[in-house]
Design a protein around this ligand. Structure first.
Ligand SMILES: Cc1ncc(COP(=O)(O)O)c(C=O)c1O
Length: 460
């Protein structure tokens, strides 16, 4: 192909952002194909009348978004469809030794194992199990249980509006697959759930980041994006936001919902942590029921290995979402949904959820004590801590130093959808099985925070 020169005349935002957006748009439109080489940074800078630094920043952001891959000395190429984009989920298995893992977020398993053996015995005794091995027979009953779970979160839900999925992750990917096309714009928080970035790269959609404060998305930022970026969808986590732990107030939810409805924008509300706080605001879906796809699962309240989730959507979106679930997995395994349904109906779910809350509270108390004096955000019944670093640390340098000292943390870069990444790291307190290892990890983190600045600048 002749040298690719993006058209950025009149584009909004910085020149670097305009180049990144143009790369995404041209991939979506087929003007850039997998394997195409982008012009060398210096040549593009000259062609556009920009500094080489600006193009370098644009290429590095395009790499982070998964649009391109860079090879030192060989150039920058449009990412082949089979390459693994950055932020792709990795195996989550817990380790029992080695570095203390505060970087990954599996919930506590607690008493779910005992509950499972009792429930499997009941299922075996219940007679004919063939319905659990067939397609569709148990659908209505399991959607009823999902509706009951969602009503507990404050959503006026009915079984007819629910699609069963294999966890919230499949709910999110099926919804995006159903509602987005390559080149579309997806809005999300400027710090977001890392696998969402990988998913967007797989689907060839552009991410447009929204500014946040300590309640999450700023309504003005959403309004401006709706006016200027022609977005198709907004993905957000209004309760116990990943990674900042922010929870939107009801007033903020009302405003976000009103803006979305006014611009006919679909919200994908990830409420996977919504079960954890004892009291919480109503879901966004309650304020914009015709514009919100509400997604939750049993992972954070009961057990992550059950792989059962629920997507609640307005009638007009349900057929496309159901079709996207069918195309990726046909349906959720009925046996897993049967276990989840029984737990929701007989109170086991509430009991396991309560155990998650007290486990989180115990570890959060430990973090508060060990990190006292350092700026950190957390909610007592949530699994995460968002730790703001002193000014002498960058997030990546801190994560590297922590790893060398025997503890894994997740730097802000993993979640960032903007180039200006805050100096902060996420600590997950639920993944490690033993309190003692978490205490040990937090002690190392606190010591690194307290060490004099010179120690870091010399060694990192
Ligand atoms: C914010 C967020 N959304 C979705 C998921 C996926 O949840 P599930 O295990 O139900 O697929 C997770 C899991 O960690 C998460 O943290």
């Amino acid at each position: 192909m002749s040298a690719w020169i993006p058209s950025i005349e009149g584009a909004l935002g910085t020149r670097a952002q305009a180049i990144v957006d143009a790369i995404g748009a041209d991939i979506g439109a087929g003007r850039l194909q997998a394997g195409d080489r982008l012009p060398p940074q210096r040549d593009l800078a000259e062609a556009l009348g920009l500094s080489p630094n600006t193009v370098m920043r644009a290429y590095s952001e395009a790499t982070r978004r998964g649009y391109v891959v860079g090879e030192v000395g060989r150039g920058t190429y449009v990412r082949p469809a089979d390459a693994v984009p950055q932020g792709n989920p990795v195996a989550l298995a817990r380790r029992l030794d080695g570095p203390v893992d505060l970087s990954r977020g599996l919930p506590f398993v607690g008493a779910a194992g005992d509950a499972l053996s009792a429930t499997l015995t009941e299922i075996v005794r219940s007679g004919d199990l063939s319905a659990l091995l067939d397609h569709g027979e148990t659908w209505g009953r399991h959607a009823d249980a999902g509706a009951l779970l969602l009503r507990g979160l404050g959503q006026a839900a009915e079984a007819e509006s629910i699609v069963l999925v294999n966890g919230a992750q499949q709910g999110i990917s099926a919804t995006l697959l159903a509602l987005l096309r390559p080149g579309d714009t997806l809005l999300t928080e400027q710090l977001t759930y890392a696998p969402l970035k990988a998913l967007a790269a797989h689907l060839g959609v552009r991410i447009h980041a929204l500014a946040m404060d300590d309640e999450g998305i700023l309504p003005d930022s959403l309004e401006a994006a709706c006016r200027s970026a022609a977005p198709k969808l907004l993905y957000c986590t209004p309760t116990l936001q990943t990674p900042t732990t922010a929870t939107m107030s009801e007033g903020r939810r009302e405003r976000i919902a009103r803006i979305a409805a006014a611009h006919d924008l679909v919200i994908v509300e990830d409420d996977v942590f919504g079960c954890l706080p004892e009291s919480r605001p109503l879901p966004l879906a309650a304020f914009a029921p015709e514009h919100t796809v509400l997604i939750t699962s049993v992972s954070k309240s009961m057990a992550p290995g059950l792989r059962v989730g629920y997507v609640h959507a307005p009638d007009r979106l349900l057929p496309a979402i159901s079709a996207a679930v069918a195309v990726s997995s046909w349906m959720s395994p009925p046996l897993m949904a049967e276990i989840a349904s029984r737990w929701i109906e007989d109170g086991t779910a509430a009991r396991l959820n309560e155990a998650q809350r007290s486990h989180a509270a115990r570890r959060q108390d430990m973090a508060r004590e060990l990190l006292s004096g350092h700026v950190h955000h957390a909610q007592r019944q949530g699994p995460h801590v968002w730790l703001v670093l002193p000014e002498y640390w960058t997030a990546r340098a801190f994560a590297t130093a922590a790893e060398r000292s025997g503890v894994l943390v997740n730097p802000a870069e993993a979640f960032a959808t903007v180039t200006a990444v805050p100096a902060a790291v996420r600590l997950c307190l639920s993944h490690e099985s033993s309190d003692e290892r978490v205490r040990q990890g937090l002690t190392i983190v606190a010591a690194l925070l307290d060490a004099p600045a010179d120690d870091h600048t010399l060694t990192i």
